[in-house]
Design a protein around this ligand. Structure first.
Ligand code: ZN
Length: 84
């Protein structure tokens, strides 16, 4: 079981219109990245721990690519499965 979480940047933290645009783009990219990951690995299940929740967080990065990180996982075998 895979859970996905998107960590977005706060639009209210923008210091200018340009900054706000960068934040909105970063957030949109993070959401896109989340859907992409969901599509790629959303149905992967660990054979040993099929009901264990595995969690991946995608963090929006201003002026950069969204950064995925694995928040929790059941075992190293599963980790190597999703890291390919
Ligand atoms: Zn496992």
């Amino acid at each position: 079981m895979m859970r996905f979480e998107v960590k977005l940047l706060k639009p209210e933290s923008a210091t200018s219109d340009e900054d706000l645009k960068a934040i909105e783009e970063a957030n949109a990219d993070a959401k896109k990245g989340m859907y992409h990951l969901k599509y790629l690995i959303g149905n992967i299940r660990c054979r040993k721990h099929p009901s264990s929740p595995n969690k991946i967080r995608i963090t929006a990065v201003k002026n950069g690519k969204p950064k995925p990180s694995i928040v929790s996982y059941c075992c190293a075998d599963f980790l190597s499965m999703i890291k390919t």
